[in-house]
Design a protein around this ligand. Structure first.
Ligand SMILES: O=C(O)CCC(=O)C(=O)O
Ligand SMILES: [Fe+2]
Length: 243
């Protein structure tokens, strides 16, 4: 049986000069994409819509607030009694000022996997069944083990994450970063660090999985830009292995 199908086209475009090769792997249900200085695995529907919907409700379940009725620009998530995920609105120091991050976040992982992110030292919450289920599914295709996950909740198109690499020292030299997506589709944009005009973007729909590995973090930055017109909400989980 041929496990690769060369006739399945990528659902987004990549600048020709940066693609080494790509193919659709039927067994893994996704594209294996080798680019200049990097490797990506992209599965637009890794989780079914139904499983995705269940996760969305799981991740946002609370005893006190209905996530789809609340105005999250007015409500601080630390005042909410969350059922499964302890969402926070973290502050970071930027140019000497303390500012709120333009998204909510949460950090889960093994007890000894404390992590520094944007100048924040994050102590992980303990794994729960929902996160472990997703982690196991992703570890199978990523052929890697993860000991932590950073959850980002983009309340709507006003929320974003700016240009960065996932290259904190404690992730090791060539980290495998696996990112699962639930909710509204947002643009995930990559650009070369040494030439910002070389860029491409990957749509990350409900249920999609994106894995970045090899030397990608040394050569490419990524962002999820603001998209003011987007009203829907989105949750992204990036699984990492902290050394
Ligand atoms: O939301 C995303 O897709 C990306 C999140 C991200 O880059 C990060 O948490 O480091
Ligand atoms: Fe990132």
């Amino acid at each position: 049986m041929n496990l690769f199908d060369d006739n399945i086209q990528l659902p987004f475009s990549l600048p020709k000069e940066i693609v080494n090769s790509y193919c659709f792997d039927k067994e893994l249900n996704g594209f294996i994409i080798s680019i200049q200085n990097g490797y990506l695995f992209y599965s637009p529907n890794f989780f079914s819509t139904e499983i995705g919907n269940r996760f969305m409700s799981y991740l946002l379940a609370s005893n006190t607030h209905e996530w789809n009725k609340e105005n999250w620009r007015e409500t601080n998530p630390s005042e909410v009694s969350w059922t499964n995920i302890d969402w926070r609105h973290d502050k970071i120091k930027m140019f000497g000022k303390t500012v709120l991050l333009p998204r909510f976040s949460a950090w889960y992982g093994d007890k000894d996997s404390s992590y520094t992110y944007s100048g924040l030292n994050l102590q992980p919450n303990e794994w729960n069944d929902g996160l472990l289920y997703i982690k196991n599914k992703i570890e199978e295709v990523a052929q890697a083990k993860f000991n932590s996950v950073l959850l980002n909740w983009y309340r709507d198109g006003q929320d974003y994450i700016s240009w960065h690499t996932d290259s904190e020292k404690d992730l090791g030299i060539n980290p495998v970063i696996a990112s699962a997506n639930f909710g509204v589709t947002r643009r995930f944009v990559l650009r070369r660090i040494d030439d910002h005009s070389i860029k491409f973007e990957i749509p990350l729909p409900h249920g999609s999985l994106l894995i970045m590995k090899e030397d990608l973090q040394h050569f490419w930055q990524h962002q999820v830009p603001k998209e003011s017109k987007v009203k829907g909400t989105r949750i992204n989980l990036t699984f990492r292995n902290i050394l």
